[in-house]
Design a protein around this ligand. Structure first.
Ligand code: NAI
Length: 466
């Protein structure tokens, strides 16, 4: 029995970051986590392992298809899936252990086990060693994250051939034919990994475009580029069934009212994630998730029970690690009596395909739907010296600014290193920059970042190198 100021339930980006911040602020803090390692989905079975595999597969793809242009020839390029997986697992394990070190440094108690509320001040933890303990706290933060959505009725997960992203990160060999359900972030990232390693990849998407929430120009460009790489898309197509049939998986879908059938080796179902609060004992404190599984909170992240807060994927907003960790910090500050705050207008969104996609703020359709008076500047990487030297000229930067104030309201990049380049425009949005501010800032030459400057100048129809 211990009495804490605050206990974070869930040790993913929201929970572990919040716990560290609470420790920094002098609170007596604990974090309950039952996975056996800290870091949540992101570190264990999401962002980090997928990026490790994306990097390895991109190196292979580069050696095979792009190095000859640079005058580099390999006699034979081979890959070793087991070594890729070993490297990926090593990265995950060192990073998750790193969080344990950060917990010690910031005096956060790590409680290993599954937490269930007993009442609004007490949680019962079934620990990993089989015992049950109770811990009390003045405040709790629910940071239990999310889990892949399963299409139970038509394509139940079997952990081997009809799988979620978790298993698609661990295939022991390259599937001959992988069918991906959902042309969202996971579908395109994991589809890219296996495509580069030699799989035939077919993506089935219910809507009429890839990456549906992204700016339409970016979606169209992404589809074109991935098709050039060999990815096949069946848009406006809805999955109706996926089932084992001998050694294969038979996938049936519906397009224009007609059935389509594909025999493949593996099916990755990537149709979104749902908030995870299973077994948390919400009923014991009088809380209930909404129909979509999420918890309602006020602007201080308080649930209907004043001393129980919630942050990350279990509440509204994009299911992104960096949104979750900002909320973790904000809630720790609020609990410590400080003015914690997250600026949701300045949360970047990234897709780690190659080229990468990154955006912040509104897309053009949203600006149009809101009736905003806006102007846009769009410049391709083709016009940039560094992109030419890099040998990566696909894509563009598009900046959307308010027509009257010139304030940047959205920025969209598809191109090399977009995930890093977007940071400049996120800072721009955070500091209410105008397009002219970016256009008048000196950008090192030659850099990919110059395309941001050119796109900002293009908002006022005065780009210099395009
Ligand atoms: P998503 O919401 O990005 O995409 C799911 C897609 O599946 C949508 O395009 C939807 O129209 C389609 N779909 C739904 N039901 C379908 C059906 N029956 N047949 C065909 N298509 C169907 O979800 P995803 O890719 O599973 O990712 C889940 C979450 O994880 C997202 O919220 C994302 O933000 C997060 N994530 C973020 C990453 C990043 O930041 N790079 C990487 C991976 C995941």
């Amino acid at each position: 029995m211990a009495a804490y100021d605050v206990i974070f339930v869930g040790g993913g980006p929201a929970g572990y970051t919040g716990a560290i911040r609470a420790g920094q602020l002098g609170l007596n803090v604990a974090c309950v986590e039952f996975r056996g390692s800290l870091g949540g989905t992101c570190l264990n079975v999401g962002c980090i392992p997928s990026k490790a595999l994306l990097q390895s597969s991109e190196f292979f793809h580069h050696a095979q298809h792009k190095s000859a242009e640079h005058g580099i020839k390999y006699q034979k390029v081979e890959f070793d899936v087991a070594q890729m997986m070993k490297r990926k697992d090593g990265i995950v394990s060192s990073l998750t252990k790193g969080i344990e070190g950060l917990f010690k440094k910031n005096k956060v108690t790590y409680i290993k086990g599954k937490g269930t509320f007993v009442n609004a001040n007490t949680i019962k933890v079934a620990t990993m060693d089989g015992s049950v303990e109770e811990h009390t706290a003045k405040s709790f933060v629910i940071s239990t994250g999310s889990t892949p959505i399963e299409l139970k009725a038509i394509a139940p997960f079997d952990g081997k051939d009809i799988v979620s992203s978790t298993e698609a990160l661990c295939f022991e060999k390259v599937p001959e034919h992988l069918v991906v359900i959902g042309a969202g972030v996971i579908g395109l990232e994991m589809g890219s990994v296996w495509l580069r390693l030699g799989s035939k990849v077919t993506v089935i998407e219910a809507l009429d475009r890839v990456l549906p929430p992204m700016d339409a120009a970016v979606s169209a460009e992404m589809k074109k580029i991935l098709e050039k790489q060999g990815m096949e898309f069946m848009l406006s197509t809805k999955l109706t069934k996926a089932e084992k049939s001998g050694k294969k998986v038979k996938v049936t879908a519906e397009r224009d009212g007609k059935p389509v059938t594909i025999d493949c080796d593996k099916v990755l179902v990537a149709v979104g994630r749902r908030a995870y609060t299973d077994g948390l004992g919400l009923e014991a404190v009088g809380l209930a998730p909404r129909k979509d599984g999420k918890l309602d909170v006020n602007h201080h992240y308080q649930t209907a029970v004043a001393n129980i807060f919630a942050v990350g994927d279990v509440i509204d907003g994009p299911m992104l690690a960096h949104k979750a960790d900002e909320e973790g910090v904000a809630v720790a500050e609020i609990i410590a009596g400080k003015p914690g705050h997250v600026n949701y207008e300045a949360i970047p969104n990234v897709v780690y395909t190659w080229p990468e996609v990154a955006s912040v703020g509104m897309n053009e359709e949203e600006a149009k739907a809101k009736g905003l008076n806006y102007k846009t500047g769009k410049v391709p990487f083709m016009a940039n010296g560094r992109a030419r030297a890099f040998g990566e000229t696909d894509g563009f930067v598009k900046i959307i600014a308010d027509a009257k104030t010139d304030r940047i309201i959205g920025a969209h990049i598809i191109g090399p290193n977009a995930s890093e380049l977007i940071a400049e425009l996120v800072i721009g949005v955070e500091f209410s920059a105008s397009a002219e501010d970016i256009g008048r800032s000196s950008h090192a030459h030659p850099t990919l970042a110059e395309v941001m400057k050119e796109a900002a100048l293009a908002v006022d129809k005065r780009s210099l190198n395009f």
